[in-house]
Design a protein around this ligand. Structure first.
Ligand SMILES: Cc1cc2nc3c(=O)[nH]c(=O)nc-3n(C[C@H](O)[C@H](O)[C@H](O)COP(=O)(O)O)c2cc1C
Length: 328
């Protein structure tokens, strides 16, 4: 079912979570081909944009086919948030700009007082959201966690502040900052946020199957589900969720051939956007995820980890594919 964030129409209820080091243009293309309704690009630092870091500016690369796309920014200072949001809007024209208020990693939350640290400072939340809304003509959204820790769960309060400051949607990861990724997602807090605001709420956390997606939507009443770790090595999960939520279609098992073909495709897409060495390093992790559960995957993973060129990597995969064709 479609829904809308500001004036941006989203064709279904499945959203790709922002994941640093993962959600670059090549990966987003794969996810988009699976029919994802809305894609979040990996976060970029407001300060890095402000100071013109080439590495960060290169991370903003996006293509038309990825639309509608959200570019997420993290930071802690209103003026550099504003400068970064303006720059991103003017150069890339993303459909939506998102403010990160969920990142738990020490470098972001402790050292920079950004990401989830903002949850401890509702005044600053209001100030930053209002200022960003003011300077960009596209919808501004906010991604939050349930709170800083168990004793300060304030997602409802923060969501209301964001709405009042002009945010067009809220994504809620139902864990506190101190939980990191441990325990299980708290669906009650997502439901509470949904009941407290009238802008769309995107529920996030622990979706590993289309059944989890349906359960989150039904239990919390959220407008869409956001999927992160579940798509690592399994981008088909996006299609399964879209088909199950929209048409009740049960998922089919992904074949070994589809997984190996996806490794080749993913690597091809990476090589079109990044240098060989960088693509290879990224692809080693992705290949391990795609190979999970496949026969003799330990052996081929070890070989892949030792490859140093594109051709070595591709030969390794082709050799593995041939050995399986023989086995099957
Ligand atoms: C490798 C990795 C990188 C992430 N990077 C970001 C990020 O850039 N911005 C953000 O808001 N959340 C980030 N997250 C959190 C996810 O967006 C998501 O909220 C979290 O993984 C919970 O969803 P899941 O259970 O579906 O993975 C990241 C998570 C992972 C595993």
């Amino acid at each position: 079912m479609s829904f809308q964030i500001g004036n941006v129409k989203i064709k279904n209820n499945v959203v790709l979570a922002p994941m640093a080091g993962i959600c670059n243009s090549a990966y987003r293309r794969i996810i988009k081909e699976m029919g994802c309704g809305l894609i979040y690009a990996e976060m970029v630092s407001d300060k890095a944009i402000y100071y013109g870091s080439k590495k960060t500016i290169d991370m903003l690369y996006m293509t038309e086919m990825e639309r509608p796309i959200t570019q997420q920014i993290f930071g802690s200072d209103k003026d550099s948030f504003v400068a970064a949001a303006k720059y991103i809007y003017e150069t890339m024209k993303p459909d939506i700009i998102d403010i990160n208020m969920g990142c738990p990693v020490p470098k972001v939350a402790l050292r920079a007082q950004a990401g989830s640290a903002l949850l401890k400072n509702p005044e600053k939340v209001k100030e930053i959201v209002a200022a960003v809304v003011e300077v960009v003509p596209v919808p501004v959204t906010v991604k939050i966690r349930s709170g800083w820790d168990q004793n300060s769960i304030n997602a409802v309060e923060i969501a209301k502040i964001c709405e009042e400051a002009g945010a067009s949607a809220i994504a809620v990861h139902g864990r506190t900052r101190s939980q990191g990724y441990s325990g299980t997602v708290n669906l009650d807090i997502i439901r509470d946020v949904k009941q407290a605001v009238s802008i769309p709420v995107i529920g996030n956390g622990d979706i590993k199957s289309c059944y989890d997606a349906k359960h989150m939507m039904e239990y919390t009443g959220c407008d869409a589900v956001m999927i992160g770790r579940g798509v690592l090595g399994n981008p088909w999960l996006i299609r399964e969720c879209v088909e199950y939520l929209d048409f009740g279609i049960e998922p089919k098992e992904v074949t070994i051939k589809e997984k190996i073909d996806m490794i080749m495709k993913h690597f091809t897409y990476l090589l079109e956007t990044k240098p060989e060495k960088v693509s290879l390093l990224e692809m080693r992790s992705h290949a391990s995820w795609y190979l999970k559960g496949l026969p003799r995957n330990g052996e081929v993973r070890n070989k892949i980890m030792q490859t140093t060129t594109k051709d070595e990597f591709l030969n390794c995969i082709l050799e593995y594919k041939r050995s399986l064709d023989y086995e099957i």
